[in-house]
Design a protein around this ligand. Sequence first.
Ligand code: ATP
Length: 235
Amino acid sequence: MLLDVRDVHVHYHKVAALKGVSLQVPSGGIVTIIGANGAGKSTTLRSISGLVRPSSGEIHFEGERIDHLPAEQIVARGIAHVPEGRRVFPDLSVEENLRIGAFLRSDKAQIERDIERIFQRFPRLKERRTQWARTLSGGEQQMVAIGRALMSGPKLLLLDEPSMGLSPVMVQEISRIVADIVETGVPVVLVEQNAGLALRLASYAYVLEIGSVAVEGPAAELKTNDHVRRAYLGA
Ligand code: ATP
């Protein structure tokens, strides 16, 4: 397994947000984490990328324990996190935002090639290369946030609610982009409230309920699971 999260507990002050979450991510494909508001999905991603510290449990990446490392070293090892709310730098251009994603890299020629590859993948961003990020639409900002994460040259991409607040057309566009990223060999952990979308895209899924994994299994099986259908698919 590329990523192995073992019995992780996280507390905010004294309140438990994760109560023993275990999950595994193989070296290809999409693993999704679905669940209601406050179930602990974002906290799970934050614990993987070092933005919050587990109070107990272990996280291993490529066989190495990472849960004690500072966030910057976790990025350097190849985990890129696109947080909820697509935080772009509003007063920087699209291209400047992308370049920030490469801040830990020194391979200048490869950075230039990667910028051009991102623009090929996101033609909308190429047209807006010099535009301030704050003037972009929500979907375009999501593309910048994903593009910036890709500029770190990740081995694993963590995506928190990429579809949130986007129009159906833009949701389709982002889904296509995520599928494309996975095809180029970068596995994705996708956190989504839109369970239908998540189960269509992913190969394996975890359902979080109040800080614990309530159900897990191949996405195709979860789509037909009675509890999942009633609670998350509106069936
Ligand atoms: P959503 O879909 O609403 O983002 P989520 O499943 O991602 O929800 P988390 O954001 O991980 O859930 O939150 C899990 C629990 O931890 C919630 O009860 C939340 O109120 C709490 N929590 C999250 N961040 C903090 C924080 N910084 N301080 C205190 N409590 C927090």
